[in-house]
Design a protein around this ligand. Structure first.
Ligand SMILES: C[S@@+](CC[C@H](N)C(=O)[O-])C[C@H]1O[C@@H](n2cnc3c(N)ncnc32)[C@H](O)[C@@H]1O
Length: 210
């Protein structure tokens, strides 16, 4: 998508059906009530420019999709992508995923939880700012439905190892194998595309709540 200014997007498009501010969400956020019907619910944390959300929502119209993105610019890009794809089963929330999960989501409502390439916060003294803390992993476990899955991908080997060890130590989520064909040119997210086209490794983990 060619870069447009946020003002140009606002002037040209009505994103109100796709973009919602965190504070406007009902509390608790019960997906079947919010979307109007009982269906499997998928949450993407840090949806960036919205490639995954728009493609997955178009490919799986029988599920509800919600992205949460802290950057207004990216949340607007995602909403525009959803509008252009004309999907009726996805929205993006502008706000902090930690608040959405901890303060809005009831227990056991998420069927698939996607976290792709969370900000790495490279410097050791900044690691505490990373999304994947023991407290947040426990929140993710709480909101996952029994049988529901968490998908965690990153290009940072050290973050991957630390997050995987921490999830195994701090939660009862069960690690599962990830089987993915990397031979093709299909990519789930912008960061996956960039990482793979540069010939770097994508580290992938998958966990299930029993
Ligand atoms: C490195 S980008 C990856 C984007 C996308 N998932 C991808 O794979 O292309 C990380 C994204 O997470 C967003 N983010 C960081 N902290 C967040 C938070 N607490 N809540 C929601 N989004 C967050 C950033 O604004 C950014 O768009």
């Amino acid at each position: 998508m060619r870069r447009k200014s946020l003002r140009a997007i606002r002037e040209q498009y009505d994103l109100s059906g796709y973009l919602v501010e965190l504070e406007q969400l009902p509390r608790p956020l019960v997906p079947s009530q919010y979307f109007g019907q009982e269906r499997p619910f998928e949450l993407e944390i840090g949806s960036g420019k919205g490639l995954f959300l728009s493609q997955a929502a178009a490919a799986t119209p029988e599920h509800w999709f919600l992205g949460v993105e802290i950057s207004l610019r990216y949340a607007m890009y995602t909403a525009l992508r959803l509008l252009k794809a004309q999907v009726a089963n996805a929205r993006v929330v502008h706000g902090d995923a930690q608040r959405l999960v901890a303060d809005y989501l009831p227990d056991a409502v998420v069927w698939q939880l996607h976290i792709y390439f969370p900000d790495p916060w490279w410097k050791k003294r900044h690691h505490k700012r990373r999304l994947m803390t023991p407290a947040f992993a426990q929140q993710l476990q709480r909101v996952l439905a029994p049988g529901g899955e968490l998908h965690f991908w990153t290009d940072v080997a050290e973050y991957f190892q630390a997050a995987r060890d921490m999830i195994e130590q701090s939660t009862r989520l069960e690690p599962l194998p990830v089987e993915l064909d990397e031979s093709g040119e299909t990519f789930r997210t912008h960061f996956e595309r960039r990482t793979r086209l540069e010939g770097r490794t994508v580290y992938r983990a998958r966990f299930r709540r029993s």
